[in-house]
Design a binder for this molecule. Structure first.
Ligand code: NAD
Length: 491
């Protein structure tokens, strides 16, 4: 069956530096590929430190005038950007689906919507921002926000525009200029953002975009001495490199990293009403959301019933053409990633696990999809130890392991038996019990009877190896500003 990917007509994807769309200085390119078909969508500028230098110089040059604009003016800019992106919602969803292989319905509901609401949200926050004053000892302390200056924003492939705008909006609001680098696997919507800002006439140099590979572009951004803050979202192993590079330069650093989150069903969890949510928490975006629950911990009293219902629902998921409105799960991000996920499926078998549904592409092929497409069926493992590699390492694909527990204490120990600490969810008929239980989970966010329910005012970030720092609401505004204090003795 031919996939309805369509030609994007996007050749080539250039950098955006100092208000101009430009090729990489070396003239080199890389290809961005539709993972559902294996087709090349576009050639993309493959940049290096020279391009980062040019972008940084442009950002530094623009910094003085941009930081001198008023908060009200920047709030207006954010509203205008939100309006312009909203008008392009369908294009955003289409490009995101093309570049990532995610279902078009998901790209509309999550990626396009959230990219717009990130700008609207921070515009509203900025309008309401009040920095405090403190009086004591015959003096008044006036707290001021100042921009950091030029900041580097580095983002992954799973939620490309969603995560980029989550950083761009507060960075602009606080008066910073930007050097941004999207994932080399998903450059299309960052390009759309650059086009949008260009059309709106954002002053040149305020937003700069440099495409290319992490070690060639991301590393140069982190190393640049004039970039004062780095907001990075990506894998934990990359985060370690970013931290080791930035720390000796005393840069402001926000690291949003990997996860191996637990979904915990207590003995009173109402299975008949929550199963769709548990499937969604496990397999949204083919399990490629840092917040997905890849370990499902179920009380032994409801384990058999859960396994029966969960396996049936997961087996029935409609996996296929991302552009088909009815598709619930598309491809994974690339053939390389499919191989990585399949290596984990084989590891799970070697570690003694039983596959209840799914498996590698040769054992459980996705019907009617091209061989070049990076498709996998959602896979559920049972009977693995909670200390197995399959159950403790981040796979970041459509694979979950299910484990049973006897007591709440055992469930807490199992949930915390990982180096990660990003998110988790607890499911119970008793909200008080769920609330008390959630406090024991070592992670940045725990949902009770819900999942991926995000209030953008709340702090977001991980503990342990899932990251350092918090973004969201005032925490983003704090990260993208330097809070200073002027203390004035009163006459
Ligand atoms: P990745 O770490 O491979 O890449 C992330 C970004 O870093 C890319 O733009 C990449 O080019 C760049 N990069 C690579 N090497 C670099 C270097 N040396 N210096 C600077 N930048 C470099 O991650 P990925 O595979 O794109 O994304 C998946 C990972 O992201 C998963 O681990 C997932 O859990 C995590 N993630 C976390 C969150 C969160 O909010 N905590 C959100 C989404 C994804």
């Amino acid at each position: 069956m031919a996939l309805r990917s369509g030609g994007a007509g996007l050749n080539p994807i250039l950098n955006y530096i100092d208000g101009q769309f430009v090729a990489s200085q070396s003239g080199r390119t890389l290809a961005t590929i539709n993972p559902a078909t294996g087709e090349i969508i576009a050639q993309v500028a493959r940049s290096n430190g020279d391009d980062v230098e040019a972008a940084t110089q442009a950002a530094l040059k623009a910094s003085k005038a941009w930081s001198a604009t008023t908060l009200e003016q920047r709030v207006k800019w954010l509203h205008s950007i939100a309006d312009a992106l909203e008008a392009k919602s369908e294009a955003i969803a289409h490009l995101e689906s093309l570049d990532t292989g995610k279902p078009i319905s998901l790209a509309r509901r999550v990626d396009a919507n959230r990219s717009v609401s990130n700008f609207r949200f921070f515009a509203t926050m900025g309008g309401d921002d009040e920095v405090p004053t403190f009086s004591a000892n015959g003096a008044v302390n006036h707290v001021h926000r100042k921009p950091v200056g030029c900041v580097g924003l580095i983002t992954p492939w799973n939620l490309p525009l969603y995560l980029l705008t989550w950083k761009v909006a507060p960075a602009l609001l606080m008066g910073n200029t930007i050097v941004a680098k999207p994932s080399e696997l998903t450059p299309l919507t960052a390009h759309l953002l650059a086009e949008t800002l260009d059309e709106l006439g954002l002053p040149k140099g305020v937003f700069n975009l440099v495409n290319g590979y992490g070690p060639e572009v991301g590393q140069a951004i982190v190393e640049h001495p004039s970039i004062g803050g780095i907001s990075f979202t990506g894998g934990t192993s990359t985060g370690k490199i970013v931290a080791a590079t930035a720390a000796p330069m005393f840069k402001k650093l926000s690291l949003e990293l990997g996860g191996k989150n637990a979904t915990i069903l207590l003995d009173d969890a109402p299975l008949e009403t929550i199963m769709d949510d548990i499937v969604r928490a496990s397999f949204t975006n083919s399990g490629q959301v840092c917040l997905c629950g890849s370990r499902v911990l179920v009380h032994e009293g409801i384990y058999d019933e859960f396994i029966h219902s969960f396996t049936a629902k997961v087996s029935a998921l409609n996996v296929g053409d991302p552009m088909d409105e009815a598709t619930q799960m598309g491809s994974v991000i690339s053939m390389d990633h499919r191989k990585k996920v399949e290596a984990y499926i084989n590891l799970g078998l070697e570690e003694g696990g039983d596959i209840l549904t799914g498996g590698t592409s040769s054992h459980a092929p996705v019907a009617n999809m091209p061989e070049e497409g990076a498709f996998l069926r959602p896979t559920v493992f049972a009977n693995l130890s909670t200390s197995s590699r399959t159950a403790t390492e981040e796979i970041f694909g459509p694979v979950v392991t299910v484990h049973s527990f006897a007591t709440d204490e055992e469930a807490i120990a199992m949930a915390n038996a990982t180096d990660y600490g990003l998110a988790g969810s607890v499911w119970t008929a008793d909200i008080e019990r769920g609330h008390a239980f959630a406090k024991n989970i070592e992670s940045g966010i725990v949902w009770v009877n819900t999942w991926l329910n995000r209030d953008l005012r709340t702090p977001f970030g991980g503990v342990k190896q899932s990251g350092v720092g918090r973004e969201g609401g005032t925490w983003s505004m704090d990260f993208f500003s330097e809070l200073t204090n002027i203390c004035i003795r009163q006459p």
